[in-house]
Design a protein around this ligand. Structure first.
Ligand code: MN
Length: 429
């Protein structure tokens, strides 16, 4: 038995109030899906087995360049963060791993492991940080890290990544995610080719440090913190890196790290077709960056991404991309946002599972554009909430995530022991 943070009797009481309605909704949806030749229990089982990792940094209130407005009961350290992640996992039953960021989350690895396993949590990819200077470090990353013009600075960044792998080995992590803030702010500031060559050399020095069963993920981002050019700016550069490095190297697609209107689902398909799609950072955006909650702006796009993933899954049983949420919560309780985002990612997956792929394939070969797109829209228009809620309920989670969390009074309780943090400084961007 694993420990739980929210009193299970609270969850049971909240679920009991909603159970009769859920049973009716689930049966009604089951009948409708049955008419389409879909067994609702099969979809539910797939949803129940779906997990998305929670980033440790996501449970603290985020911020912008301008300010950060902390909420009540902010986590004081990584152990508080693990508690918050355990709450999300308990209620959603969809987030069984935590992704750590070093050095932010540096602590005794065995203690970390214990703290997480108490709640049945494991560790997802390790994230290195060479986009900020850690206290007391010798060389500054102001002008870059793995691609820095100075060899000593590059070496320091390489060693930091190797250290992240070492910590991850103790924790049972199986991947290192490398995202750098390197780039330039002025035309002419850097030589593009030299900078990328430095980056590749540095990554080639990190790669041999990976254990056999590990992966290394590189994440592209078109801008920020560098605003004129970024070293790993798009999926093309990302693909080149993964190809240069070798079989353990894969591309990570962060949905927010693209220009508005970019066809991300097509990027997903391209990377997968050539064996280099490693996984996702889920979030949403209206203009740029990755600050908004998954599915909150363009849920159809999220669905279309999952439509590609389900298509690939159907053709390749060994396809297991990594799933992680990566978003910044500036105006909400981060636990609430992360719970609903995890459910929204599951929702997109469930809807994608409903696509009539035979009809779609026939329409594609017959050049029937409207029937093809209707096959997608029919799946997308289906309200799969009863499937998600039933999967949560049967795994011990909450039918109503927000209602149950608020009824538990968790935030008020932790704010009694976690001191208020002063506002003002900029947050995680
Ligand atoms: Mn990301």
């Amino acid at each position: 038995m694993t420990d739980t943070i929210i009193d299970p009797t609270v969850v049971e009481a909240e679920n009991a109030r909603r159970l009769a309605d859920l049973n009716v909704d689930y049966d009604t949806l089951g009948e409708r899906l049955d008419r389409r030749g879909i067994a609702i229990d099969t979809i539910k089982a797939k949803v129940a087995g779906f997990n998305v990792a929670v980033p440790s940094w996501g449970v603290g209130t985020g911020g912008t360049r301008f300010a950060r407005f902390p909420g009540l009961g902010e986590p004081r350290d990584i152990f508080d963060k693990i508690d918050d992640c355990a709450v999300i996992a308990q209620l959603t039953q969809a987030t069984n791993t935590v992704s750590l960021h070093i050095p932010w989350d540096k602590a005794d690895a065995n203690r970390l492991k214990q703290a997480a396993s108490r709640f049945g949590l494991g560790f997802d990819a390790m994230n290195s940080n060479t986009f900020a200077d850690a206290k007391g470090q010798l060389q500054s990353y102001k002008f870059g890290s793995l691609s820095h013009a100075d060899k000593g600075t590059r070496q320091q960044a390489i060693e930091h990544n190797l250290e992240c792998i070492e910590i991850g080995k103790t924790l049972g992590s199986k991947a290192l995610t490398v995202w750098i803030g390197d780039g330039s702010n002025f035309p002419g500031q850097v030589n593009f080719a030299d900078q990328f060559a430095h980056y590749l050399d540095s990554m080639k020095a990190i790669y041999p440090g990976l254990p056999d069963d590990w992966r290394i993920y590189t994440e592209h981002k078109m801008y920020e913190p560098a605003f004129y050019s970024t070293v790993v700016q798009d999926w093309g550069t990302n693909y080149l890196i993964a190809k240069e490095l070798g079989d353990k190297a894969y591309c990570l697609v962060d949905l927010g790290h693209h220009a508005p209107n970019v066809n991300i689902e097509m990027i997903v398909s391209r990377l997968a077709q050539f064996g280099k799609l490693g996984g996702f950072h889920f979030n949403d955006s209206k203009y740029g960056d990755d600050d908004l909650d998954a599915g909150s702006i363009d849920p159809y796009r999220l669905f279309l991404v999952f439509n590609e993933l389900v298509d690939i899954e159907g053709k390749d049983a060994n396809f297991h991309p990594a799933h992680m949420l990566d978003q910044s919560h500036n105006v909400t309780d981060p636990i609430e946002s992360l719970m609903l985002s995890a459910a929204d990612v599951q929702r997109a997956y469930a809807q994608a599972l409903l696509v009539d792929r035979k009809t779609l394939a026939a329409a594609q070969s017959g050049n029937d554009a409207l029937v093809a797109t209707e096959a997608l829209r029919q799946a997308y228009r289906t309200d799969v909430e009863p499937i998600l809620a039933m999967a949560r309920l049967e795994n011990g989670g909450a039918i109503d995530l927000l209602g149950t969390y608020r009824a538990s009074g968790y935030r008020a309780k932790v704010s009694e022991v976690r001191p208020a943090i002063e506002a003002g400084s900029s947050g995680i961007v």
